[in-house]
Design a protein. Sequence first.
Length: 281
Amino acid sequence: MCKAEACGQGVMLRELTHFSADRTLDCGQAFRFTRVEGGWAGIVGGRRIGVFQTEDSLLLSGITLPEYQTFWADYFDLRRDYQPLMDRFSEDPTLKEACRCCPGIRVLRQEPWEALCSFIISQNNNIPRIKKIIEALCGAFGSPLADGSGYAFPTPEQLASQDVEEIFSKTRCGFRAKYLSDAALRVADGQLPLEQIPLLPLEEGRRLLMEVKGVGPKVADCVLLYGMGRVDAFPVDVWIGRILEQYYPEGFPSELFPWRGIAQQYLFHYIRTLPHQPITG
């Protein structure tokens, strides 16, 4: 466990292992962080945070130590010991290479509603455009931050009060506007109890999420993994499909199922970003 201490700018973390801010914030799981000089800036939960990593420390600026303990440690998944996971993953040759080439990825625990909307928007889309649409969505319908530096993600109620045409015209999100509207209406009126879904069996949680228009198995699994802490969820897109076809033709190893969502993120980042030769045993 890393050591956290208050400092003038926020919270300083030392003795932190298996964490790369660059890889964690730029691997397609969160869309409200942008690169700034020396690190990253993002808006999470209606507040702005800076993330600055050096060789031996991580500065989370703009937050307090109590906020770190009650929110941010879980958001960045810093309570989980990744060393035993790396040891387990290293027993598989493909995962061993992915972890070697892409060290330090952690699976964020994002707000479920924001994750649902974000991955609805992600369908048939690229990361720069996803970020652009999300910023437009926040600017049009979210509440201003207290310091005036941006906008919070709109609540289900804020989005449910808009018609589909308004969502479309303010965000230019195309066919996704009707999906966002349906999701907002379902969450706002209690049809979709997001707070209960993480407690359900995985298949049942997936089924409930897929009742939202436009939400298929891949988007549902992304919400379960990145927004609800279900690290046993395993989103399959074209990149992961290629990995499964090439390296796991008989299926992903069953012994890794409890953590296969974390494994998926290493595999995804590996095949998407790094040129490599076929892995052999």
